[in-house]
Design a protein around this ligand. Structure first.
Ligand SMILES: [Cu+2]
Length: 176
């Protein structure tokens, strides 16, 4: 009896081990492409935004739950919403960005973006800025965003810092 118990425990442990291995292997199914970030000056109130494409080639959905960057005091996941009065406003997206199985999620001006708040140093055009993305299943993913001034609609379309900071004081000042 005890011998059987021991054997089952062994198989259970084995199954758990390979199960975890399988879960770990899912990390390879998340790829991040075309990462870029807006150039910006340094400063406590200076902000920038990073954009990229999340490619999920796996059979399970995964979610980008947070991000960090050495260059910024705080990093948040943001979305842009249209208020009833037509004003566009961005706000933190607490549920993150979910990429369903075999799909892509595009972060772009006027939509989802990774917000960098309080830049410790200036981000010059052409500079490569490292970011760490954390996915619910895939775990940490290191990416490099190239600083570029791209055109495009949305709240980050203008390099003037005030264009970004003004409409969303409530959401932004809170994270200190
Ligand atoms: Cu934002």
């Amino acid at each position: 009896m005890a011998r059987w118990l021991g054997r089952w425990t062994f198989f259970a442990a084995l199954a758990l081990f390979f199960g975890l291995r399988l879960a770990g292997a899912q990390g390879a199914v998340i790829q991040v492409a075309d990462a870029w970030i807006r150039p910006a000056g340094a400063g406590e109130n200076s902000t920038s935004a990073a954009y990229f494409t999340i490619k999920n080639t796996g059979p399970l959905e995964d979610t980008l739950v947070s991000a960090s960057a050495a260059v910024a005091v705080a990093v948040e996941l943001h979305e842009v919403v249209r208020l009833p009065d037509g004003v566009m406003r961005m706000q933190p997206r607490s549920q993150g960005f979910t990429a369903p199985a075999r799909s892509e999620v595009h972060l772009k001006p006027g939509g989802y973006h990774v917000m960098l708040i309080g830049l410790k140093q200036a981000i010059q055009p052409g500079e490569r800025v490292p970011l760490v993305l954390r996915f619910a299943k895939a775990g940490g993913v290191n990416i490099t965003a190239v600083a570029a001034q791209r055109t495009g609609g949305g709240m980050h379309g203008n390099p003037a810092p005030s264009a970004h900071a003004a409409p969303m004081e409530p959401g932004h000042g809170a994270k200190k």
